[in-house]
Design a protein around this ligand. Structure first.
Ligand code: TMP
Length: 222
């Protein structure tokens, strides 16, 4: 039986990585085999492309080429990690996926959404998420949290963009949640970590019913 594919989406500083990891642990505690991963990256080839994209090295090539690189990274990630894991019956929890391209490069960026849709059809095909949790906080609060988390570290390329861009990101994710209500669930991420974790768990149990998943423990052969 194919595993379930859950993605986390949202702007900067919404807590996706924390909650993706918390959900993966909670599913594992039920005996479900879980593959926690992220985009861009998640496989050795895609991590190389992550570096090119987030360091800003690829920026002079233009927005269209950056979108192609995100798609190429996703293609490698799907082929080498996501699809094999789902075929083995594992649940895949992924911190960002194709919706990030739709919103960052499309709705809030400069790439024609038609091109993004076409690349998504080719790259993602039938491997669509069963559930997408969109973590929502006001743009200003998200930026404040991202700055706090970064501390003295370097500012990555996207975080350095103006507040207006972050507002566009938020609108893009809100529109996505409204347009695809069967797949996407909006989570109020302004609440405490525990409360957000509980909201997410309620949605996952209601939509995907982990209690019916085949149970295998971590020391089982992979
Ligand atoms: P993160 O790991 O902190 O979420 O950083 C990933 C950055 O890459 C984040 O700013 C969003 C951006 N991104 C895109 O612009 N397009 C994409 O398709 C993906 C997956 C991420």
């Amino acid at each position: 039986m194919r595993g379930r594919f859950i993605t986390f989406e949202g702007g900067e500083g919404t807590g996706k990585s924390t909650h993706a990891a918390m959900l993966a642990e909670r599913l594992k505690s039920f005996g479900i085999r879980v593959q926690l991963t992220r985009e861009p990256g998640g496989s050795p080839g895609a991590e190389i492309m992550r570096h090119l994209l987030l360091s800003g090295v690829a920026r002079p090539l233009g927005a269209d080429v950056e979108a192609v690189l995100f798609a190429a990274a996703r293609d490698d990630h799907l082929a080498t990690l996501i699809r094999p894991a789902l075929e083995k019956g594992r649940w895949v929890v992924c911190d960002r996926f194709a919706d990030s391209t739709r919103v960052y490069q499309g709705a809030a960026g400069r790439v024609d959404p038609k091109i993004i849709r076409a690349m998504e059809r080719v790259v993602v095909g039938d491997t669509k998420p069963d559930l997408t949790l969109i973590l929502d906080v006001p743009a200003k609060e998200g930026m404040r949290r991202a700055t706090e988390r970064r501390g003295e570290g370097t500012v990555d390329r996207v975080e350095a963009e103006a507040l207006a861009f972050h507002e566009k990101l938020r609108d893009g994710f809100l529109t996505l949640a409204a347009n695809e209500p069967d797949r996407c669930v909006l989570i109020d991420a302004t609440l405490s970590k525990e409360e957000v974790g509980e909201q997410i768990w309620r949605v996952v149990t209601k939509k995907l019913d982990p209690a019916t998943a085949p149970i295998e423990f971590e020391d089982a052969a992979s």
